[in-house]
Design a protein around this ligand. Structure first.
Ligand code: HEC
Length: 284
């Protein structure tokens, strides 16, 4: 195989390597950026939601006092309002927010799925109040999930505390929780399908650009190699063949100052000395 034919193979292998490494590095960087932005989005959604629940909790006295100053339970406790907010939010947003628990009251809205069950158990076992996030699959679709555990505090006990089974002011049986236990979690789910197909499209563009660059390199190097190396060598071979057949009178032009020029110079010296030797032989 000639060098001119070997060259494209070398370039193709080198380009594939460089393109592969670039695609991998860009993919890692972009998916880390995507992870960060989804974490930021789901966390801020959960934070705003928790903030709404907090405001409702702080205003229970105002909500539950009628104009005469009498206590009247309006069933607008944080979790209740939270479920209303979630219902409204989930209709408008492509994200889903919910309050969930292993002992769920609102079975329609708060029933934990497998992922949530697993994490609620872990929060309980590890007594952890640290939010968690994970990229996973839900109903066959890629999703980003974020969960913040909720702890039972003193004010929660009047409805969720002991004795278990006793009906609280809201009409639900108490669960028998103690202060400090994990009551449940706020769970946020963000779909990732669109982001991932965007990411894949970016990778395709980067990969295609890499291969296109390789193609251009091959053409440029091929043309360059032909004019600078292959053709001059073929011309020199031609001259050497003529010399070998005794045609020593035609000088070899040295047009260049590179390696090919040096080779032509050597040929020219060889031709001159051959010519001299031939002339000497002829004189004798
Ligand atoms: C006035 C009674 C009352 C108090 C006090 C109360 N809750 Fe609840 N909680 C409820 C009711 C009622 C529901 C069900 C809401 C619904 O039906 O949408 C609920 C539901 C929840 C849920 C959703 C899961 C489920 O079971 O549906 C969480 C989480 C929760 N409460 C946490 C707390 C925490 C934490 C506190 C204390 C800061 C607290 N609650 C105080 C009445 C109360």
């Amino acid at each position: 195989m000639t060098i001119a034919k070997k060259l494209p193979f070398v370039i193709i292998i080198a380009s594939l390597l460089v393109t592969g490494i670039t695609v991998f590095a860009v993919y890692m960087m972009q998916s880390a950026t995507l992870h960060d932005s989804l974490l930021e989005k789901t966390k801020s959604t959960a934070d705003q939601y928790i903030s709404v629940r907090h405001i409702i909790a702080m205003n229970q006295d105002a909500i539950n006092t009628d104009s005469m100053g009498n206590f009247e339970f309006k069933a607008l406790n944080p979790a209740r309002v939270g479920n209303m907010v979630a219902q409204n939010f989930n209709l408008k947003s492509h994200m889903v927010i919910k309050q969930t628990s292993l002992k769920v009251r609102n079975k329609e809205m708060g029933q934990p799925d497998e992922f949530e069950k697993e994490w609620l158990k872990k929060f309980e076992d590890e007594k952890s109040m640290e939010p968690i996030s994970e990229e996973t699959i839900l109903n066959g679709e890629p999703v980003f999930r974020y969960m913040v555990p909720i702890e039972i505090k003193k004010p929660c006990l009047s409805c969720h505390g002991e004795p278990a089974g006793e009906i609280d002011i809201s009409g639900y049986p108490k669960e028998g929780y103690k202060e400090g236990e994990i009551r449940g979690a706020i769970s946020v789910i963000a779909p990732m399908k669109a982001d991932l197909s965007n990411l894949n499209r970016h990778m395709l563009i980067v990969g295609a650009a890499g291969l296109f660059l390789a193609l251009i390199l091959i053409v440029i190097l091929h043309v360059f190699f032909r004019s600078m190396v292959t053709s001059p060598i073929a011309a020199l071979m031609d001259k050497a063949d003529k010399i070998s057949m005794g045609e020593v009178s035609e000088p070899i032009e040295v047009m260049r100052e590179d390696e090919i020029g040096a080779l032509a110079q050597s040929f020219e010296r060889m031709r001159i000395s051959l010519k001299k030797s031939l002339e000497l032989i002829e004189k004798d």
